[in-house]
Design a protein around this ligand. Structure first.
Ligand code: ATP
Ligand code: MP5
Length: 590
């Protein structure tokens, strides 16, 4: 399950404390520093985040990755360049370090004009650069400073002179958070690289206690299924964020991206505190819970970015490709489209034939993706046409991160809880739509069938209440997607022709059964959602689906061509709502 500590000593802390360390030049007592509140103007809602780092002209690491990560994480990005690095996905070719005076000139240009809410420090290269940055930040305190102690690139090239390691160690106590990878953690601790999470955790705990700085132990370099990150706080508490390990070569710049995203999310947390502080006497101080929340956001965002990285096709493939920083933004932008659904606009098929409902072939536009075989077979030509037309949506459902993660057991519990909460609300109204359909059915058999469905839906809802949802905090209201779907079903069942209502009701039976068949084939005794998945795929429900299909087939046969077109459209709309329903937790929570 999500957010479980992997080391016995590591339990997510519930103890609010100030962020471990003051920024350079601030009081080491842990008391909030005056500049922290003074620097955040009342109106600021987007953190202004400065990356002090080297470059990567191929765009995957360094400052280029930082600016993309800051934007993706909700901040305004700025950058001060320490070194110009001629590198790409395969390695570093040359490094040019401008004179230190120019570094200071860049810092002055930013700080003279802009309030900086958070700083991320990346590649510093040599001891003189480290000292210059340190002196600057001592004289210009910033509320959040995250240090990624860059030493060696993923290509194996050195990005920090060996003799500068001590200067970097000296910088650690002056920042809030550090994000070393396993070899960098070892160098900072002057130990051998950790082989296990427990060893890494011990090194981090010692370093955090000695320096007063929060240490993020990164799982990227370790083995095992969990590639997650742990925040180890100076007081010995820690908080783990799980993330499944991906089999990917697109890991160039993951360290840069995580640290700059984390700096930004800490900035977001800080500004939220400042907003509260505007109205209360509270001081805007970051807590370890803020750090946990920020780390959770950044880790999960990075996971999606790594997973989408290969799709960018950046690099020859011989090295390590970049992550796709914009993957989440693109997904959410597509999900937010308010354009009418294609099947509601199409009046002809691809060959120009009018979709007039006179035959199963003239019902709906042909799906660009073949549907494949359904487990519960169509009951005749009309329901076969519906299944075929829904092919694209059906494959989109199978491809959703929610459905994939539910199947392979990596779904985080907060996403599952969101889904179940909405499912309970959905079932209540689905039951009402079925009851309405029962009242309108013109055969006793159909009346009994829909009434039995109404009973089962409300029984399933109360089972959820008594079971999984019983001891969990609930949102208490339907999401826009749940509300849209249930209102659509109830309106179709009550206000449209019987065949339209029956067709609208069908995907919740049919697609649920089909998704269930795919999911239950992945079930096993150790699956975290084994109990839930075992509820899927029972013979009784499959028989109910078959009866619903037979009734919809009968209703289509009896309907007029115009009614059939509207019914087919309602069927596809409900398929799209099914997709939206499965996807909504990933839109609401990340
Ligand atoms: N194969 C992977 N699967 C999933 N997540 C990964 C993977 N590799 C890296 N990550 C994520 O990226 C974070 C940073 O990666 P890593 O631990 O490799 O840091 P790093 O070595 O500093 O990165 P960089 O490659 O930029 O030097 C990890 O903590 C983890 O959350
Ligand atoms: C300028 C700069 N900073 C940091 C890294 C580390 O990133 P990675 O280890 O992923 O190559 C890099 N390659 N270049």
């Amino acid at each position: 399950m999500a957010e479980q500590p992997t080391a016995p000593s590591c339990a997510p802390t519930s103890n609010p404390s100030t962020l471990s360390n003051p920024a350079p030049g601030a009081s080491a007592s842990g008391t909030p520093r005056a500049p922290q509140t003074a620097q955040v103007p009342q109106a600021a809602r987007v953190p202004r985040v400065l990356s002090i780092a080297g470059t990567d002209p191929s765009g995957g690491a360094g400052i280029q990755a930082d600016l993309k990560s800051i934007a993706a994480s909700g901040g305004y990005g700025m950058c001060v360049t320490t070194s110009l690095v001629a590198q790409n996905t395969c390695g570093v070719r040359e490094v040019f370090t401008p004179p230190l005076e120019f570094l200071t000139a860049q810092l002055a240009a930013v700080f003279d004009d802009v309030t900086v809410d958070a700083v991320k420090i990346g590649m510093l290269g040599d001891a003189d650069t480290i000292r210059t940055v340190r002196t600057w930040l001592s004289e210009h305190p910033v509320p959040v400073v995250v240090l990624d102690p860059v030493m060696i690139a993923s290509s194996g090239d050195r990005l920090l002179q060996a003799e500068a390691e001590q200067a970097l160690r000296d910088l650690v106590p002056l920042v809030n958070v550090i994000t070393p990878n396993i070899p960098e953690l070892a160098v900072l601790c002057e130990k051998e690289p950790a082989q296990t999470f427990d060893e890494a955790h011990e090194q981090a705990a010692n370093l955090a206690a000695a320096t007063g700085t929060t240490v993020i132990v990164k799982g990227g370099h370790l083995c095992g299924q969990d590639a997650g990150n742990t925040a180890v706080f100076p007081d010995g508490t820690c908080a783990h964020v799980r993330t499944p390990r991906l089999d990917s070569r697109n890991t160039h710049g993951t360290g840069c991206s995580l640290s700059s995203s984390l700096a930004t999310r800490l900035g977001v947390e800080l500004l939220q505190h400042a907003e509260v502080a505007e109205h209360t006497a509270e001081q805007s101080v970051l807590t370890s819970e803020d750090t946990h929340r920020a780390l959770q956001w950044s880790t999960r965002w990075l996971h999606e970015s790594i997973a989408a990285g290969a799709g960018l096709q950046v690099g020859s493939g011989e090295g390590h490709g970049p992550v796709d920083h914009a993957a989440r933004a693109r997904r959410l932008e597509a999900a937010a489209s308010a354009y009418p659904w294609h099947h509601l606009l199409a009046t002809t098929d691809s060959e120009g034939n009018t979709l007039d409902g006179t035959s199963p072939e003239r019902l709906l536009p042909v799906s660009p993706v073949p549907a494949g075989e359904a487990v519960v077979k169509p009951a005749g030509p009309w329901t076969a046409a519906l299944w075929a037309a829904g092919g694209e949506t059906w494959h989109q459902i199978l491809d959703l991160p929610f459905v994939r993660a539910l199947g392979d057991g990596t779904l985080d519990e907060d996403l599952f809880a969101f889904y179940l909460d909405q499912d309970a609300l959905y079932l209540r109204d689905y039951s009402r739509a079925l009851a309405t359909l029962s009242a309108r059915a013109d055969t006793a058999e159909a009346q009994v069938h829909w009434a039995a469905g109404a009973h089962e839906a409300i029984a399933a809802e109360s089972q959820l209440h008594e079971g999984w949802l019983a001891n969990r905090a609930r949102l208490g209201g339907p999401s826009p997607i749940t509300m849209g779907y249930t209102n659509f079903l109830r309106a179709s069942a009550a206000g449209d022709d019987y065949v339209v209502g029956a067709a609208a009701i069908l995907p919740c039976y049919w697609l649920y059964e089909e998704v269930g068949a795919v999911l239950s084939s992945q079930n096993h005794a150790d699956h975290p959602y084994a109990e839930w998945l075992s509820m899927y795929g029972g013979e009784e429900f499959a028989a109910d689906v078959a009866r619903s299909l037979a009734e919809v087939e009968r209703a289509f046969e009896a309907a007029s061509p115009a009614q059939r077109v509207r019914a087919a459209q309602a069927y596809l709309s409900a398929c799209v709502y099914e997709r939206e329903f499965f996807d909504q937790a990933h839109r609401a929570l990340r």
